[in-house]
Design a protein around this ligand. Structure first.
Ligand SMILES: [Zn+2]
Length: 432
């Protein structure tokens, strides 16, 4: 009887700390698991190892005090443009795509979904040149147009919108392609929408629609009431041309009907697609977006939109609770693209985490139509963890103070934060 006890003691004495990183004392918002409370979060080998009210500091190699901060799943930006660089002929994903690591991790975004910058002809190049090299996880809505978004003229060419070929490419790349994108069409017909839905049906994935030019020949109401399937997404939901309010400023009933059918409404702020005169009445009258996304590109980044946290902060100032804002930026977008391995902090899940601060003060938010909305709170990112590695740390809360480190060692080990090597974010495990 005594031997096993002795063995146990010896193990405990020489055991390594159980966890690599422990985030202590933060307010965890994890909508999937219905947690909104002060909790400690422990990480081991890239996954969430424990979430509990009090995990002893002695069990972790690194302990970070995050009290007063919000600990949320890594944010998911459902609409981004990241096919940056050249394909040897021209700019690969159009003139305004930017590299994901340049804007995402610093605002708590650990997954972006590129919305149609690539098509079946250049997806392979996109994967090799950007997706496989990024620390940010990049998933893709494949453009129904063969070349994605190299320029406006290509996007009008319905002869290059091949549903079967697009679906075949999806079949070979299900780890990365999560949907089909239709965008920027100016013609009077429904061809791009129909081809997109056909490809989505063949591949059994959702379709995201940018309706392009709004024309009387193809009313928007028809799109969301008849053309789209449940689970399909209309992005740019607060774009000025969307019929949203009646003469008295009341929300039009068809919007609720479309939502009841299962059609989803995404923000997709972008350079020109967000109007406070649409968004504020919609939210106040009970029509919040299903997902809060940026439509980030080099234009929107420097105009009203700015970044994921700025777009989320608007909804906070419109009266949406922080839990709801996080839900529509994490777990709900994960469900929309059927990637339920991410967007939550369940034990065993990939450790993608954002640690956020709510700043109080006088702030202004800018839309695409010359308007400003004043606000008193704004989200800021303190720390981002991707696949268990610290990838962004605004105030060095995971670091030791410089004068406590002892003698400088030129040949010393680089500091533990995952900053060296292994830049790739971990691929997603299979869905089921
Ligand atoms: Zn876009």
């Amino acid at each position: 009887m005594r031997l096993p006890i002795l063995l146990f003691c010896a193990n405990a004495l020489f055991a390594q700390p159980a966890y690599d990183l422990l985030l202590k004392g933060g307010r965890v918002i994890d909508p999937k698991n219905k947690i909104s409370a002060v909790r400690d979060v422990a990480i081991r080998e890239g996954v969430i190892a424990a979430v509990a009210p009090d995990i002893p500091a002695s069990q972790a190699r690194k302990v970070v005090n995050v009290s007063g901060l919000y600990v949320t799943p890594g944010l998911i930006d459902l609409h981004a443009h990241v096919f940056a660089g050249t394909d040897g002929v021209g700019l690969a994903g159009g003139p305004s795509s930017i590299y994901p690591d340049a804007f995402a991790l610093r605002v708590g975004v650990t997954t972006v979904v590129d919305a149609g910058s690539s098509g079946r002809r250049n997806f392979a190049h996109f994967k090799k040149s950007v997706i496989d090299r990024a620390r940010t996880r990049v998933l893709v809505f494949l453009n129904i147009g063969g070349s994605g978004m190299p320029g406006d003229d290509h996007e009008q060419d319905v002869t290059d919108m091949d549903a079967k070929a697009a679906a075949a490419l999806v079949g070979a790349n299900r780890d990365t392609i999560v949907g089909i994108k239709v965008a920027h069409y100016r013609g009077p017909d429904w061809t791009p929408v129909e081809r997109g839905v056909e490809a989505g049906t063949l591949a059994n994935i959702p379709v995201m629609i940018d309706f392009g030019e709004f024309r009387p020949e193809r009313p928007f109401q028809d799109l969301v009431l008849n053309k789209l399937r449940p689970g399909d997404i209309y992005t740019h939901c607060f774009y000025a041309p969307v019929p949203m309010l009646d003469e008295q400023g009341r929300l039009l009933p068809y919007l609720f009907e479309a939502r009841k059918r299962g059609v989803l409404f995404d923000v997709g702020h972008g350079g020109a697609a967000f109007e406070f005169r649409q968004a504020v009445p919609a939210v106040r009258q009970g029509f919040p977006p299903d997902s809060i996304s940026t439509d980030v590109h080099s234009g929107s980044l420097n105009s009203g939109m700015k970044d994921q946290l700025n777009v989320m902060s608007r909804f906070l100032n419109m009266g949406m609770t922080i839990d709801d804002v996080i839900y529509r930026s994490t777990w709900n977008p994960a469900r929309i693209i059927h990637r339920e391995q991410i967007g939550h902090l369940s034990v065993g899940a990939i450790a993608d985490i954002a640690v956020l601060r709510v700043e109080k003060g006088q702030f202004g938010f800018v839309d695409s139509y010359g308007a400003r909305m004043d606000g008193v709170q704004r989200l800021a990112c303190e720390l981002t963890v991707a696949s268990g590695r610290v990838v962004y740390d605004l105030n060095g809360i995971t670091r030791e103070r410089w004068d406590k480190l002892g003698k400088y060692q030129p040949q010393g080990e680089p500091y533990w934060d995952g900053a060296r090597g292994g830049a790739r974010s971990r691929p997603l495990p299979p869905t089921r």
